[in-house]
Design a binder for this molecule. Sequence first.
Ligand SMILES: NC(=O)c1ccc[n+]([C@@H]2O[C@H](COP(=O)([O-])OP(=O)(O)OC[C@H]3O[C@@H](n4cnc5c(N)ncnc54)[C@H](O)[C@@H]3O)[C@@H](O)[C@H]2O)c1
Length: 393
Amino acid sequence: MSESTTIRIATVGVGGMGGAHLKHITANKKAKLVAVCDVDKARADDVAAKHGATAYYDHREMFKKEKLDAVTIATPHYDHPGIAMDAFTHGLHVLSEKPIGVYVKAARKAVEAHEAAKAKYPGLVYAIMFQERTYLHYRKMKAMIQAGELGRLMRTTWIATDWFRTQWYYDHGDWRATWKGEGGGVLLNQCPHTLDMFQWLVGVPSKVTGHVSLGKYHDIEVEDEATAFFEYDNGMIGHFTAITAESPGINRLEIVGENGRLVLDGKALTFHRNSVSGLKHLREAASSFERAPFVTETVDYDDGQPTGHHVVVDKFLDAILDGTPLIAEAKEGLNSLAMSNAIMLSSFTGTKVSVPPDEDAFKAELDKRIATSKFRKHAATAAAIDFDASWKK
Ligand SMILES: NC(=O)c1ccc[n+]([C@@H]2O[C@H](COP(=O)([O-])OP(=O)(O)OC[C@H]3O[C@@H](n4cnc5c(N)ncnc54)[C@H](O)[C@@H]3O)[C@@H](O)[C@H]2O)c1
């Protein structure tokens, strides 16, 4: 940390999401935005001028020249691990956008670099933007599971089809939905959140059977539809389906345990609570079809806690200052990425895949697709997308 307790911070990648980072950084008195970096020079200059910050076009130059404490990363996915690793060599705390990387091999190296850098820079923070962990319905569901209200978990089924995106969205930003520029579709861009929640609530599966459809409804290279079957060591099974073409879509999550079924349907949370364990009942009942008695309860989850991206940013700053726990440590982002890579690898190879998947096998499949990708990198980008409408869904 620099002499004062104000955190000197910069953001790399100041498009749509980078703009949101800047809003939350500048709203927090514990931070001072001193620089921004974007390969789009006009954008970097414009944003820097608006914030009275210095513009850079190469993050390495910024790390060398500026006296920084921390950086947030909001570039396209491939660059997340590399920029984080460069930051660690300068002892900078990092808040990375999701996903932690495109493939586990690169992301794992960033996590290892962070661990190694902590020897020289104790307390070095590496956080990831998983703002859905602040959402009150998910927090309540996790608390209920942890308190044992569901008992033995039997099935988790997530229909995440409210990630609707138009062709205009994909066309807006040349890196989007290309193998070379983005590295994946709905699983890698939208579903890091959903898969993170899946593993946060009920754990990481040990085996995955997946199927993805590439450009099924949109004119894109990557997947706009993904479906998976998860097997867990504890016997639970999981289903997962996500798509960016269903309108209206739905966010429906069912977690079934021996003590009942917890259902999130949009924002409504319901618990069908058994008065005896359904598994005990099926063993002991002296009748053929009668189910365990249950009651249906509407679950109130609004405890007034703040939610959203700003909470992740605020906790990141607090963690730097006094070790306050993060909303999500970046290393936890390896789990959702491993699940995402496993679904893709399973689909590409037509086989059941272990989690984490074989890193080299996944990279080889990705490289085959990158080789024929239409994406050609250039600095100028389209106007940034305003994501506010997406978060209000
Ligand atoms: N957490 C969320 O809710 C959320 C929402 C949207 C996007 N995101 C994530 O934010 C990231 C950025 O997405 P976006 O929609 O803002 O994209 P964008 O295209 O609007 O912005 C990306 C910016 O990064 C710049 N850039 C590219 N490579 C760079 C590099 N090496 N160094 C510096 N700048 C570079 C581009 O010029 C562009 O200005 C993605 O990882 C995306 O998944 C997160």
